[in-house]
Design a protein around this ligand. Sequence first.
Ligand SMILES: NC(=O)c1ccc[n+]([C@@H]2O[C@H](COP(=O)([O-])OP(=O)(O)OC[C@H]3O[C@@H](n4cnc5c(N)ncnc54)[C@H](OP(=O)(O)O)[C@@H]3O)[C@@H](O)[C@H]2O)c1
Length: 291
Amino acid sequence: MAETDSLNVLLLGGRGQLGTDLVRTNPGHRLTVHGRSDADVTDAPAFERYVRSASPEVVLNTVAFNKTEQCEDDPLTALAVNTLAPRRLAALCADLNARLVHFSTDFVFDGLKGSPYDESDAPAPANLYGFSKYGGERFVALGSPENLVIRTSGLYGEAGSRAKGGNFVHTVLTRARSGQPLRVVNDIFFSPTWTADLAEKTWSLMEAPTACGIYHLANGGGCTWFEFARAVLETAGLTASVEPLSSSQWPGKMRRLPDTRLASVRWGSLGLAPLRPWRDALSAYLRRVPG
Ligand SMILES: NC(=O)c1ccc[n+]([C@@H]2O[C@H](COP(=O)([O-])OP(=O)(O)OC[C@H]3O[C@@H](n4cnc5c(N)ncnc54)[C@H](OP(=O)(O)O)[C@@H]3O)[C@@H](O)[C@H]2O)c1
């Protein structure tokens, strides 16, 4: 990248799972990496001071309260982090003339469509997490037509989710290697996505001159969590057995979303290479991080 193309980018949530891969794949922008200890997004005055002091041309917001079950018990924190903080951030970015790139989720859909959701499908959040993330993405979209909202699904990455303390791939491998039983739901479909692939495509999207609005970015295709667990074991060369469960056998308050696979239709219209299929991404991840 030419020096003149290099932008002043503020990365919020830079020590999270996706944030870590955004730092690693940065193609040469001048990056300020934020962590919660620098400024809590719910502390409005401190957060505003922090953002202003970074003088960003672009803000990437990976911050989220994404313990999905806990959102049901703690709706105020979910709304504060996932809806109201992005609302303030969008207003601040408009004031600073900075473009905002915000991450959202497949959980803005109710999962009842029966085929992958593309960007033209109307959101219909059915649980607190999805509702709070939908509010956030709406405020970001209203902040400026140049802002980007990137919806993604089922992330796993080398750093592991900060909120969830690891990732599903690692959990499956650890349990299989220690001989613990594996019971995984087989009636919920999603699009497993490696954060390294998502991070690379995020930089490309940010640099695409005509990109604006909502994009779905997930590795291609989809599967159930049970199928994903089986693929993790096969790819790692382990023979442990996995018991398929119905989601009705899985405890939890949150309303389950049967099928939230994502299709990246608008991404394709930019003429950029598609994200690879989820099995290829999983193989590449396990070559890099054998577990
Ligand atoms: N994980 C998934 O499967 C998934 C699926 C679809 C969409 N997404 C979306 O993708 C994005 C990235 O997810 P991820 O897996 O990378 O999450 P993650 O690893 O949990 O990272 C989230 C980051 O947000 C920070 N954060 C949380 N509350 C904060 C607050 N009040 N003030 C400041 N920072 C705060 C955390 O900081 P600390 O570490 O210091 O707490 C953490 O670094 C999120 O927008 C999420 O909604 C995730």
